[in-house]
Design a protein around this ligand. Structure first.
Ligand SMILES: [Zn+2]
Length: 545
């Protein structure tokens, strides 16, 4: 049986951009558009031309896209004005876009209260706007986002349906049913979409859901089962309040779950699906957010197994504990190194890091002992893979000593500044020997806290290695106080990033002193970077001399 085509509409750059704290630059938007196009999304909504300078600029030139239709967002014509006399509508029409999506009120209560016009005027506005788009240069596709459709349907069914019908009969390619407040549940969505599809064919119906009851994805899938053939959503579920329907979860579900895969075809092919994890990371990178470790399909923990018995089973037969193969979405399996780790976990992790050791190698037992005794002290390597790799490679004698910190001092001072304001200043001094150098290097730096000052001082001057670490930056810093035995122990987790390559890594430090623990994690971070950069050098000569 031939498969039916299902269309994907991404609104990360429009609805997603309405999130607090999200402000995409023009270049950010272009990168995201390219990423979505490469993934195989059908419609990419770029923004709202005329509403702000960035979006106006974005829509002033033609986008060179492989397969996606670039889409502009706008509003239907204002009541009481002619089309020519509505500057907002004209700005939307001028957008260089293959499709235009207009928001229209579908709830009579909103028509009355928010627009202050009659129900009939609102219907006329929808029809005239759709016609204007279809008659504009290039014969563009018109879409109508029926705002508050589901709430409107519950309150005045006949009117909500009249708005949908008006858009369709005027020639809208898509009539999109929006659960704007996000409160509708899957069985309600299914029932209503089934009813609407009796008046507007499902091949012209879209679904736009929000995650306020954590059902946005379920609602979108329910709508598809009830007949809708366009799904709107955002990458990583970005969006105001609790977010939009998460395309990053919807796409693999459509491709990898039998019911949907057998019935539908989408623009994302199984090959392109392998870019999904990467696409999700690109957005996090732009937003400067740490990726959600527990995100379905693409999260770092999505295919992570910890317990010993599960781990040995998963190594024999991955399907025993995985609902889909991690590679299919560009993710990977992780068998966590933890205090429950058996030899098989360890061998698997080492293999993945490119350190093949034979089962019988006695170094495996030594590493396992080392990991266990460190975990007893408070280390947790499952969250700090870079520190784990350093530990393993050190045991194998593969980590040169690039530098050695001889001493450091941190000072925190609260005082009045020149303006008479009370400020807290942190200053750090680090004395370090660098491989190949005879004399110690001294660096002093200020920071907005003791750890930041230490970090700044440490990376201020590492002599011959300066070039290798110039793009490294501290992204995140987490402190956890572990209560054990007689005194509290501090565990610090540092996330670092290379601005050049985008690579991220985690390192760990443990001590009864928070500054010591932080410094250990910072040193691991820089050492890891130097190791990966293939930096050379050993301090041995310096120290022995
Ligand atoms: Zn929305």
């Amino acid at each position: 049986m031939p498969k039916e085509r299902l269309y994907l509409f991404d609104t990360t750059l429009r609805d997603g951009a309405q999130t607090t704290g999200v402000d995409f630059s023009l270049e950010d938007k272009r990168v995201i558009v390219r990423t979505l196009d490469e993934l195989g999304i059908d419609y990419i909504e770029g923004g709202y031309p005329g509403a702000n300078a960035t979006d106006t600029e974005l829509f002033s030139t033609e986008q060179q896209l492989a397969s996606a239709t670039f889409t502009a967002f706008g509003m239907t014509k204002r009541a009481g004005r002619s089309l020519a006399n509505d500057p907002g509508f004209q700005a939307t029409l001028e957008a260089k876009a293959g499709a235009i999506c207009l928001v229209a009120k579908a709830w009579d209560y909103h028509v009355r209260v928010a627009l202050g016009v009659s129900n009939e005027e609102n219907l006329e506005g929808v029809q005239q706007s759709v016609l204007a788009i279809r008659q504009s240069a290039g014969g563009r596709e018109a879409m109508i986002d029926c705002e508050h459709f589901f709430d409107g349907y519950q309150s005045n069914r006949a009117y909500a349906l009249a708005v949908a019908r008006a858009a369709f009969t005027a020639g809208a390619r898509w009539v999109v049913l929006c659960d704007t407040n996000g409160g509708t549940l899957p069985h309600e969505i299914a029932a209503i979409v089934a009813e609407v599809s009796k008046q507007v064919p499902g091949t012209h119906l879209g679904i736009h859901t929000h995650n306020d009851t954590e059902n946005a994805v379920a609602n979108a899938l329910a709508a598809v089962r009830a007949g809708a053939r366009q799904i709107q959503g955002a990458l990583n579920g970005l969006g105001e309040r609790c977010g939009n329907a998460n395309l990053t979860s919807i796409i693999p579900t459509l491709l990898l779950k039998r019911e949907f895969a057998d019935a539908f075809e989408i623009g994302v092919t199984p090959e392109r699906l392998r870019r999904l994890t990467q696409a999700s990371r690109v957005l996090d990178e732009i937003l400067n957010r740490a990726p959600n470790r527990h995100a379905p399909y693409v999260g770092e923990a999505a295919f992570a197994t910890k317990a010993g018995i599960h781990a040995s089973a998963i190594l024999k037969e991955p399907a025993t504990y995985e609902h889909v193969p991690p590679e299919s979405v560009g993710n990977r399996r992780r068998v966590l190194v933890s205090d429950q780790a058996g030899k098989s976990n360890l061998i698997y992790e080492l293999e993945r890091l490119g350190i093949p050791l034979d089962k019988g190698d006695e170094r495996i037992s030594r590493l396992l002992e080392e990991v266990k005794s460190r975990e007893a002290l408070g280390y947790a390597y499952e969250a700090a893979e870079a520190s784990f790799e350093l530990l393993a490679r050190r045991l194998l004698g593969e980590v040169p000593q690039f530098f050695k910190v001889d001493s450091f001092r941190v000072m925190v001072e609260k005082r009045h500044n020149a303006l008479g304001r009370l400020v807290t200043v942190s200053e750090a001094t680090v004395k370090v020997f660098v491989a190949g150098g005879e004399e110690p290097l001294w660096s002093v730096a200020e920071g907005n806290g003791p750890v930041h000052a230490l970090d700044q001082a440490l990376r201020k001057d590492l002599g011959r290695y300066q070039n290798s670490i110039k793009d490294v930056e501290l992204v995140d810093y987490k402190v956890r106080i572990l209560t054990g035995g007689t005194e509290a122990v501090t565990r610090v987790l540092v996330e670092s990033r290379d601005k050049g390559t985008g690579e991220r890594w985690f390192t760990i430090g443990v001590s009864s002193n928070i500054v010591d623990a932080s410094f250990e994690a910072l040193i691991d971070s820089i050492t890891y970077k130097l190791l990966k950069a293939g930096a050379e050098g050993s301090l041995r000569q310096v120290l022995e001399a």
